[in-house]
Design a protein around this ligand. Structure first.
Ligand SMILES: [Zn+2]
Ligand SMILES: [Zn+2]
Length: 501
């Protein structure tokens, strides 16, 4: 599948918009629209529920984006979080120094009276034989010598723009867990191993961001720092190594549980020479994105590097007292770190299907019900009948106490189903003439509605009074077949929402 399909669906249906689009946008920054924010909140909510609330060995924090700048000195970000960069003196374009030779380059050829050519990356000019020396973008400017460019966003605290008040937007959420290690340990009376989790925004001034929401300058992370006793052993192995493998398995399983297919996931072990200076071992979970296999999350063994650094720079002891061995230890930390935006992109890409139904194309996002931005859409079969419309509104209001539920009467029923398919709504409820009856003819309604299942497109006729219980089961993961076996399919009458059966 192609990224443009997702970008276009995202804009058309309110998932993701370009930031400040009416002003021409802003570089690699995106806004989540009405459905995007629901999807993103759902991802963060189930992550928090599964990895924080459900676990006895995990607690959460919500730290500030602005921190004492000494944090970034101690963590190494001030000195080492850099990319080599060159600028064009003419067009002012900025490049990663190590990417320049991998770009096609603009050339004004002296052998052809200065005609302009764009030459493929790494190749010489076919007319004069020159290789690129100038700016690949404009073909005129000299490039500066490479400089190290820090990826942190610098900002100023307080009213005066002076050096003393320089601080940074955090480039990762992790450091807040390290600097709060002792606060959390003491206030919560925790025993190793335990984890501190946080979901929040981070900022990196990437020189070459891109690929939609895959790499952005402002993004959200879901990070866990899982502290273990480096002297303990589990199953005959050092505790940090055991827990590293456990976290890799648990994270893989989590992504599959909510819809990523196994064939689109793989593990990638970092080579020794690409390991961060603090890491003993790092494994990425890669996903087959529309742009190819790329990192979805990383799970690193950061050893005791961070706690030791912060102890050194702050002068505060950041140790744990092991009651059994009667010794102070600096815990090792295993860090499962996921990007929310990337997870969202992966879930969307994996859910996307184009199917053929009775000779027509159906676009459907087969989201796991927990992820779906809208859980149920309530649709009146005839919007001219006030009693049908009133019943539909009442059902929506009742269900909306528990879930995101919408009402829509702006098209014919087949069209409304397709719209909900395209945004991944797992169930539709249709209110029809049989539901409310016909008072003029003295016919009573049956107070039942039709539920339609997104994936199978099957229908079942369910009493209104049982809708809450039925959706509680279905949205909790009960299979459609199990539920539909208890209720009859609706009669295939002309007046019924026979839709696509
Ligand atoms: Zn230039
Ligand atoms: Zn030439």
């Amino acid at each position: 599948m192609n990224m443009d399909v997702l970008v276009s669906l995202s804009k058309r249906r309110g998932f993701v918009f370009q930031s400040s689009e009416i002003y021409g946008g802003t570089g690699s920054v995106w806004d989540y629209g009405p459905l995007g924010v629901e999807l993103k909140n759902n991802i963060k909510r189930i992550w928090w529920r599964d990895f924080v609330q459900a676990r006895p060995d995990m607690v959460g924090i919500d730290a500030s984006i602005l921190m004492n700048p000494m944090v970034w000195k101690a963590s190494g970000h001030l000195d080492h979080f850099t990319d080599p960069m060159v600028d064009c003196r003419e067009c002012k374009y900025r490049f990663r120094a190590d990417h320049v030779d991998a770009m096609p380059w603009v050339h004004y050829c002296p052998a052809t009276k200065g005609n302009k050519f764009t030459i493929p990356a790494g190749e010489p000019c076919g007319h004069c034989g020159q290789r690129r020396t100038l700016c690949p973008n404009c073909g005129k400017g000299e490039l500066t010598a490479p400089r190290q460019f820090n990826l942190m966003f610098k900002t100023f605290m307080g009213p005066v723009e002076e050096d003393a008040a320089v601080t940074y937007l955090r480039p990762e959420t992790a450091q807040a867990m390290f600097v709060n290690f002792d606060n959390v340990l003491q206030s919560m009376r925790l025993k190793l191993p335990f984890g501190i989790a946080q979901a929040g925004r981070s900022f990196r001034n990437e020189i070459t961001p891109g690929n939609f929401i895959f790499r952005t300058r402002e993004f959200e992370q879901m990070e866990i720092e899982f502290f273990v006793n480096p002297n303990a052993r589990v199953d005959g192995r050092p505790a940090d190594e055991y827990w590293h493998d456990r976290w890799i398995e648990d994270c893989m399983a989590w992504f599959q549980r909510y819809g990523l297919s196994a064939e689109n996931l793989r593990l990638r072990e970092h080579e020794r020479d690409e390991l961060a200076h603090y890491a003993k071992r790092t494994v990425d979970i890669e996903y087959r994105f529309p742009i190819g296999w790329s990192e979805l999350m990383g799970i690193a063994n950061r050893t005791d590097f961070d706690l030791k650094q912060h102890a050194k720079w702050s002068g505060k002891s950041l140790t744990y007292f092991d009651e059994e061995r009667k010794e102070h230890v600096v815990p090792f930390v295993v860090e499962p770190a996921a990007g929310v935006d990337r997870a969202l992109l992966a879930f969307m890409a994996d859910a996307y299907r184009e199917e053929e139904v009775r000779g027509e194309k159906r676009v459907v996002l087969k989201f796991h019900p927990e992820l779906a931005p809208i859980k149920v859409a309530v649709l009146p079969l005839l919007k001219k009948r006030d009693d049908i419309v009133a019943a539909a509104h009442a059902i929506r209001a009742d269900l909306a106490r528990h879930w995101r539920v919408v009402y829509d009467d702006t098209a014919a029923i087949g069209r409304l189903y397709r719209r909900q398919d395209e945004v991944g709504t797992p169930y539709c409820v249709t209110v029809d003439v049989q539901t409310v009856g016909d008072s003029e003819r003295g016919e009573a309604g049956d107070s039942r509605v039709t539920i339609r299942d997104r994936d199978s497109m099957e229908q079942a006729r369910v009493p209104i009074a049982e809708l809450g219980a039925v959706f509680r089961e279905l949205l909790d993961g009960a299979p459609w077949r199990q539920m539909s076996a208890r209720y009859p399919a609706p009669p295939a009458k002309a007046s019924g929402p026979s839709g696509e059966r």
